[in-house]
Design a binder for this molecule. Sequence first.
Ligand code: C2E
Ligand code: MG
Ligand code: MG
Ligand code: MG
Length: 288
Amino acid sequence: DIALYHAKGGGRGRYAIFGQAMDALVQERRAVEHDLRIALEGNDQIVVLFQPLYSAGTRRITGVEALARWHHPTKGWITPDAFIPVAEDTGLVEQLGDRVLRAACQAARGWGAIKLAVNVSVVELRNPLYPMKVANILMATGLNPHQLELEVTESTLTDENGICAANIEALRELGVLIALDDFGTGFSSLSRLQSLAVDRIKVDKSFVQGLGTPGSSDAAIVEAIIKLAQATGLKTTAEGVETIEQEEHLQRAGCDDLQGFLMSKPVSEVELSKLLQSQDEQKREKAS
Ligand code: C2E
Ligand code: MG
Ligand code: MG
Ligand code: MG
C-alpha cells in the first residue's frame, strides 16, 4: 500500500501524503460549493423537513423544527452536516437560510398556533441586516413573530464584535423567540445562563443519549441544566430522545418539550399536516 509505505518512510513522503489528502479535501469542498450554488439557483434541490416537538407531559405537538435537506442530482440525499459547513465558509449559508426560513414560515401559516423553530448560522447572525431580513419574511408570509423561534448556537453568544448580540436583541424586540441549540457542547458555563438573552435552551442529544445508562454522568448533567434553566425562567427542550426510558427520565426532571426519533423523525410538510390533523381529531374525540 503506497500510502502506508510513504507514511512509514516518514520525512518528505509523510508531507506528500498529507498534501494529497488536503488536495482531495479542498477539491471535494470546491465541488460541494459549485453544486450548492447551482442548487440555490434552482428550486427543487433544497428541501425542508419538519420534526415535531412534543410537550413532555402530554406528548402533544407544540412546535416543529425546520431541517434542511439537499437532494443532489447525482449523489442523492445529503444531510446538513455535509453541506452547512461549506455553506458557512462560502457565505452561501445566507441564501440557504433565507430559503429555509421563507419556506418554513410559509408552511407554518397553515398549522394553527404551534411554534416554528428554524436554525440560524452564526454567519447569518453576523450580518447587521439579518433582523430586517427576518422582519421582511414574517411580513411577506404573514406568520406571527411570536410563533417563530430562532435556534442559535453558543458560539453566537460569545461572538466578539457584538453584532450577533445586537441582532438577537433586535429579533427579540420583533417578538421572535431565541433558543440556544446544542446546549452543553460549547463554552457557555451554567453560571452564565442567567445573563443569556435567550428564551429556551435545547439540551444537546449527546447528554440525552446517556440517560438510563449505568455509570453515566449524563443524568446528573441533564438534571442540573434543567433545574438551572427553571430557576432562571428559561424553557427547556431535550433533543435526540430515542427511548421510553429517556422520555420518562426527562419528564421526571421537569423538561418542558421533547424532540426525537422516539416520537417522530423529521417528516415532509404533507406528513406533518397529517400528524397535526390526527392530533386535532383525537382532541375532538376526547372532548365529545
Ligand atoms: P440541530 O439543530 O441540533 O437539529 C437536530 C438534529 O438531530 C437533526 O439532524 C435531527 O434530524 C437530529 N435528530 C432528531 N431526533 C433525533 C434522535 O432521536 N436521534 C438522533 N440521533 N438524531 C436526532 P439534521 O437534520 O441532520 O441536522 C443537523 C444539524 O444541521 C442541525 O442540528 C443544525 O445545526 C444544522 N441545520 C439543519 N438545517 C439547517 C438550516 O436550515 N440552517 C442551518 N444554519 N443549520 C441547519
Ligand atoms: Mg436546531
Ligand atoms: Mg440541536
Ligand atoms: Mg444538535
